[in-house]
Design a protein around this ligand. Structure first.
Ligand code: ACO
Length: 447
């Protein structure tokens, strides 16, 4: 098949959020720590009516409804998530209830897990299937969904929740570039060894170092694989990153700039110094010694500011307004970029993508936007409601938010369990948890 890629996308995020500036005050941290220091403005969260199953049910149903796709047209369904509520049964198998009316059970695919990278693995599986000898002409769907919650403390403001469904098939408006580079190593930066808790075990500083080292490694390999001595991050018109918090994305973009400089210096490019005069003082530093070099960070942020604002800032709408959704984070970046840029400015462009999942797995790849406006508009129109949906959410005071999370923590893994939270905050078309019975079986209904 020709031009295999992304045909349609749908995103779901909770209809309630906590204001980060209010959370700063409530948590007793200095004013600006979450909003300026981390670059986060609102954080979406779920009450006990929503879980990983309901988020994914909602987003897949809406993808098919909004794009008028028949269930019989789906041949593969993949889920990437790190929100584990069952050690055996997949979220994918729960999603099969959507296909019951069409009596369609010939749908391959299952869950994939590695922190925030699972969505990318699901996406690649879906794309590879359409390109393989096993393809039977139907579409594939890759779903990424998570409920990202941290215990009270410095990591809590970097939570979020949401799900994305991506329709894959031929003749797509977004296609995959041939070059792709990965960096995968064994690290303990963020992991979830305690199965009795929803919270991760995380070393914030190490996780940032792992993220940046993965970015360096992927970018270097990507440049090498492109096979041109003059390759630069400027070859990308836009760049989306996995976004644990927006400030890290700005620093990451700046780091691409520094990588670019280092790459060109090492390749003996005489123009390197004049291209990046602010970075000359850091010329002889090894990348590995600079993860927390504040002077370099500031110089790189300064010299990359204009490029950041055009290439990456438009991708941070959902990251800033919902938070780190984990697996959907990078694809929330893509949705934000598409919605904020519009068809005319996207035609024929190249979008860099950096996916990172702790533990760790990371890949850099890129997407080509079709030059056919009609095709790209078909992808964009169903996403046009994203900004108004963000606006329409309700704010929950930090005390209530904290109480909801505490009650969910106490009820975690309990069976039988009857949800107590109100359905009033949910929008029509949202799936919600009806009950967990004494055998841990979950049932859902749709509003
Ligand atoms: N006004 C403005 N900025 C402020 C203020 C203030 N009043 N107070 C602090 N800041 C700045 C700090 O200077 C710092 O910015 P800098 O790094 O640019 O200097 C930033 O706010 C954060 O402050 P820290 O003291 O570094 O924050 P802390 O260490 O308490 O927590 C962390 C931050 C580590 C990111 C934590 O939220 C965390 O562990 N999050 C989860 C892990 C994570 O997201 N890791 C990223 C990759 S892995 C993944 O995707 C899960």
């Amino acid at each position: 098949p020709k031009d295999v890629g992304i045909l349609a996308m749908e995103i779901y995020f909770p209809n309630q959020y906590v204001e980060q500036s209010e959370l700063e005050e409530f948590d007793g941290v200095s004013k600006g720590k979450y909003t300026i220091g981390l670059g986060q403005h609102k954080m979406g969260f779920c009450n006990d009516r929503e879980d990983i199953h309901s988020l994914c049910l909602t987003v897949v149903k809406r993808l098919l409804e909004k794009n008028k796709i028949d269930y019989k047209q789906i041949g593969r369904l993949e889920v990437g998530t790190e929100t584990i509520i069952d050690k055996s049964k997949s979220v994918k198998s729960v999603l099969m209830q959507l296909f019951e009316p069409s009596k369609d059970t010939d749908i391959v695919g299952i869950d994939t897990t590695n922190a925030c990278y699972g969505g990318t693995a699901a996406l690649f599986n879906a794309v590879c299937w359409v390109q393989s000898q096993f393809w039977d002409g139907r579409y594939a769907i890759a779903v990424a969904g998570d409920v990202a919650v941290y215990p009270p403390g410095p990591a809590r403001p970097t939570g979020g929740a949401g799900a994305i469904a991506i329709l894959i098939g031929p003749n797509a408006p977004l296609t995959f570039n041939r070059v792709q580079s990965s960096h995968m190593v064994n690290a303990y930066d963020f992991y979830k060894p305690d199965l009795s808790s929803e919270f991760p075990t995380v070393d914030g500083k190490i996780s940032i170092q792992c993220y940046l080292s993965a970015l360096d490694a992927c970018f270097k390999r990507h440049s090498e694989k492109e096979g041109r001595p003059d390759v630069s991050f400027n070859d990308f018109d836009f760049f989306c990153f996995h976004a644990p918090y927006c400030k890290l994305v700005q620093k990451s973009f700046a780091r691409l700039c520094f990588n670019d400089y280092v790459f060109h210096v090492k390749n003996g490019n005489e123009n390197a110094d004049s291209k990046y005069p602010d970075l000359v003082p850091f010329k002889h530093l090894e990348l590995e010694e600079t993860y927390f070099n504040r002077e370099l960070e500031q110089a790189a942020v300064k010299c990359s500011k204009a490029a950041f604002e055009t290439k990456t800032l438009p991708s941070l709408m959902l990251a800033s307004a919902v938070g780190n959704m984990y697996t959907p984070s990078l694809y929330g970046g893509l949705v934000s970029l598409l919605v904020n840029t519009g068809a005319d400015s996207l035609l024929g462009k190249r979008i860099g993508m950096f996916s990172y999942g702790s533990g760790l797995a990371s890949t850099m790849f890129s997407l080509h936007v079709s030059k056919e406006k009609e095709k790209i508009e078909k992808l964009l129109v169903p996403l046009n409601d994203v900004p108004s949906r963000l606006e329409a959410r309700s704010a929950v005071p930090p005390a209530e938010f904290t109480a909801i999370l505490k009650a969910k923590e106490d009820a975690y893994n309990k069976a039988p369990y009857q949800p107590v939270d109100s359905l009033d905050t949910l929008t029509p078309g949202t799936y919600y948890l009806l009950e967990v019975d004494s055998k841990y079986r979950r049932t859902y209904a749709r509003l």
